[in-house]
Ligand binder design. Sequence first.
Ligand code: SF4
Ligand code: SF4
Length: 88
Amino acid sequence: MTVKITLGAINKEHGSSRKYKTGGWRTVCPVVDLEKCISCYRCYDYCPDAAIKKIENGIEYDLDYCKGCGICSKECPVKAIVMVKEEK
Ligand code: SF4
Ligand code: SF4
């Protein structure tokens, strides 16, 4: 049996994700406590939107692209990241 999947959308601009600032979709925002951070960069490895930058002694967010999924917070081994309601 063949199952035909209907296309929902087509992106004709491959590699265009930098152009679209998806951070506007966010309803909750990650906040890191650098005092707790042990610079393991697990959050960096798991972020699906490449919205985390490595810095010396921790991380910083690129909020233009963070969608607020909370994966970084869930994966942080020392609970240094909390998700807070977005204020707009
Ligand atoms: S996962 Fe947590 S401890 Fe590791 S770099 Fe990210 S914020 Fe720091
Ligand atoms: S909340 Fe999600 S998208 Fe935003 S930095 Fe964390 S893992 Fe990346």
